[in-house]
Design a protein around this ligand. Structure first.
Ligand code: ARG
Length: 460
């Protein structure tokens, strides 16, 4: 039971209470951020004459040796200390003696942990942005290769109108692109340094907070010390953005699971990303997509958990806030793993283009275009809608499709039908005539793809 405080206490902490309170088991992942924060703090203290240059050098040397020993496996971050901050400080004191006791001058663990968590989160925001970019480039490649891969577009999971695979994937490009924008927004808003806020009310030492912020790559210092130690908004924003990423991945997974089903056979997931059954030899299951869909729940859980933890906390720091870590770390790791695996699954997935086109041809996805054809021949749209409705009913009864009917049969339903109806309702025409911005026609898609390419180059 090693802790940094105790002067005021007469009794020992209960063993179970100590363990309940300790956070080193999970905050050990903040080790590098903690050391970097201490290096900046000490450098600033020396610049301000609060520490001598000699003291600064001794402390920096000590911190560096601890960092090196941990990195190279000579020093294990075990559970003997209460938290990662105590671990670093205690090892520093045991290595360099009394000078080590000056490290914490003008600092509290409250602003220290606020800094560590913010720096750690900032790195994870960048990592998420990078992984989203990887996914977007796979989506964009698929789009470029499938401008004329026809497939049915659905509403209510019922065939609606024909689209292309490029167009369908474009919808996901948009979603993950917005996710990247969210990363950028969060990064900018959170990029202010809380160190120097002290326990809650700043300090009487003449700290140069702007200098500390600059040393740590922040845009500047935070402006209210109470908020600095008790703000976890940035983390909630990140968890919210991660939840959104998972919601998008989960929708995409659901579609892939449907497309990979025996009934659809639109795609085939590579063996590397499928699994078998222990009893049914024929099975090849889309487990990765199912797991991504399933893990969405735990990421939402982390968001709701932190929102709930924060909602009743009076200013400023309270120990409840230590609960910001475990589930947030789990959510960050989960999203990272899901993005990596999903991207690879997508990269290696095969598209059964013939099945897709066949499916678009059966199911009257050209019914709207047939109505539009009649509009072109002078029939008001509402009447055309009714005529094509009757035509579809006729086809359903005859178990055929519009383009397979003879012109005489068509004329029986409306004398406006001419020979050019066949061309007008062909899959190719139906898709390629849709040329408004955002529509699936290849020429419209090409312009959009050019824009997407330039988006991809942008980063945080
Ligand atoms: N382990 C603590 C946390 O994660 C560090 C801050 C401790 N501060 C305090 N006043 N006990 O929040």
């Amino acid at each position: 039971m090693a802790q940094l405080w105790g002067g005021r206490f007469q009794g020992e902490t209960d063993r179970k209470a100590y363990e309940f309170n300790a956070s080193i088991r999970f905050d050990k992942r903040l080790f590098h951020q903690d050391v970097r924060g201490s290096v900046a703090h000490v450098t600033m203290l020396a610049k301000q004459g609060i520490l001598s240059d000699q003291e600064k050098e001794r402390i920096l040397g000590g911190l560096d040796s601890i960092r090196e020993d941990v990195d190279e496996g000579r020093l294990e971050i075990d559970d003997t200390c209460e938290d990662i901050h105590s671990f670093v400080e205690m090892h520093l004191i045991s290595r360099i003696g009394d000078t080590g006791k000056k490290l914490h001058t003008g600092r509290s663990r409250n602003d220290q942990v606020a800094l560590d968590m913010r720096m750690y989160t900032r790195e994870r925001v960048e990592e998420t942005d990078f992984l989203l970019k990887e996914l977007l480039s796979v989506i964009l490649n698929t789009m470029e290769e499938n401008l004329d891969t026809f497939m049915p577009g659905f509403t209510h999971l019922q065939k609606a109108q024909p689209i292309t695979l490029a167009h369908h994937f474009g919808a996901y490009f948009e979603m993950f692109w917005r996710d990247r924008q969210r990363m950028r927004d969060i990064y900018e808003r959170m990029n202010y340094c809380p160190l120097g806020a002290g326990a809650l009310a700043g300090t009487t030492y003449p700290l140069d907070r702007e200098y500390t912020a600059e040393l740590l790559g922040f845009a500047g210092p935070t402006l209210n010390s109470m908020d600095s130690v008790s703000d976890r908004d940035y983390l909630i924003e990140f968890l919210s953005a991660l939840s959104m990423v998972m919601m998008h991945l989960s929708r995409f997974s659901e579609e892939i699971i449907i497309w990979n089903s025996n009934e659809y056979q639109f795609v085939e997931i590579d063996d590397a990303y499928s699994t078998g059954s222990s009893i049914m030899p024929q099975k090849k299951n889309p487990d990765i997509a199912e797991l991504v869909r399933g893990k969405t729940g735990r990421v939402y859980g982390a968001l709701v958990s932190l929102l709930t933890t924060m909602k009743g906390i009076p200013l400023a720091y309270n120990k409840d806030m230590q609960e910001d870590k475990e589930l947030a770390f789990d959510a960050m790791d989960t999203v990272r793993d899901c993005l990596v695996l999903f991207t690879e699954m997508l990269r290696t997935m095969k598209f059964q283009k013939e099945n897709m086109a066949l499916s678009a041809m059966n199911g009257f996805t050209n019914a709207t275009d047939a109505a539009d054809y009649l509009v072109g021949k002078g029939v008001p749209f509402r009447d055309a809608h009714g005529i094509i409705g009757r035509l579809v009913l006729y086809c359903v009864e005859k178990k055929t499709s519009i383009e397979n009917l003879a012109l005489e049969e068509l004329k029986e339903i409306s004398d406006r039908f001419e020979e050019d109806i066949y061309e007008a309702v062909s899959l190719k025409t139906c898709v390629e005539k849709r040329l408004t911005i955002g529509a699936p026609g290849a020429d419209a898609m090409k312009d959009v793809i050019e824009k997407y390419k330039s988006f991809l180059e942008e980063s945080i």
